[in-house]
Design a protein around this ligand. Structure first.
Ligand code: ZN
Length: 287
């Protein structure tokens, strides 16, 4: 069981309205006192999944799944209970006291925070490069695809330089230790030394639903191989649970998502006003 006290659990639960939380993943329609949608836990054609705003519970009349926002996060997002508490606290902007973490969890959290910091720093680095002399060809590439400066900013687009280890040197200078950099998925460590995985590429930061950078996709400039490259999975980047563009699309009020097959498609749709476009990170990115 968790070691969060009841007051904390209650505070976090109250701050996350169940209709809104589930509505981010399952289109819901009001019918009387309840909301209904297609059950995300079993396959069905007519909605038997109900969400009750008064009781702040969901229940499926088809498969019997039921619970609170916590169980929804546990079962739908495959989180442990403490992870669900943390994610929902974060969603509601509630800071959990550090004492709420066990020593083991605290250590794990610190490591995740460091891995996130590395990705963020890399994203800033690529973004700055795109807007430097080195990034001119890449900037032209984005502009030829009619992306506005605002759109490029919204998606944090960047450029990885033609040097093979400039990001590594940059992050070392910032004080990041090798053991964290090794696990970031951004570098190749072998007997020949350390090299950046991404170079001479248009860079697409992959963000989680909280707008935190967790990995990258890169499209090569010119004829290099492979044309598209994604970060490998890491402790913070789980491809099967990541949708590119979700950090923006989750705020969409459309009630549905448009699933695209390329990062560029997602970006172009958002720029065109379709703010509900996303892409699964498992397939390769296309132009
Ligand atoms: Zn069901």
């Amino acid at each position: 069981m968790s070691h969060y006290d009841e007051n904390t659990l209650e505070e976090v639960r109250r701050a996350n309205d169940i209709v809104e939380v589930i509505g981010e993943y399952v289109p819901l329609k009001r019918s009387g006192a309840n909301y209904f949608g297609l059950c995300p836990f079993h396959s069905e054609k007519s909605p038997s999944f109900s969400v009750n705003p008064d009781r702040q519970m969901y229940h499926c009349f088809g498969c019997g799944a039921s619970g609170t926002v916590y169980q929804f996060y546990e079962n739908y997002l495959h989180m442990s209970f403490p992870e669900a508490v943390r994610a929902l606290a974060e969603r509601a902007g509630i800071t959990l006291k550090e004492t709420d973490y066990s020593p083991e969890q605290k250590k794990k959290k610190e490591r995740r925070d460091k891995l996130l910091a590395v990705q963020k720093e890399a994203a800033y680095y690529y973004y700055a490069l795109l807007h430097s002399d080195h990034g001119k060809a890449c900037l032209d590439y984005f502009r030829n695809r009619e992306l506005s400066d605002q759109t490029m900013r919204n998606f944090g687009l960047g450029y990885s330089d033609a040097f093979s280890d400039d990001l590594y040197r940059h992050l070392k200078k910032k004080g990041y230790p090798d053991d964290i950099l090794k696990d970031s998925g951004l570098f190749t460590f072998d007997e020949r030394g350390v090299r950046d995985k991404f170079f001479n590429r248009a860079m697409f930061p992959i963000m989680d639903q909280y707008s935190r950078v967790i990995g990258f996709g890169g499209r090569v400039m010119g004829d290099g191989k492979p044309k598209y490259l994604n970060s490998p999975e890491t402790d913070i980047f789980d491809k099967s649970h990541t949708l590119y563009g979700l950090f923006l699309a989750r705020r969409s009020r459309r009630g549905y998502f448009i699933l695209c097959e390329g990062y560029m498609d997602v970006i172009a749709l958002h720029q065109g006003g379709f703010d509900c476009a996303v892409e699964g990170c498992v397939p390769v990115i296309r132009q």
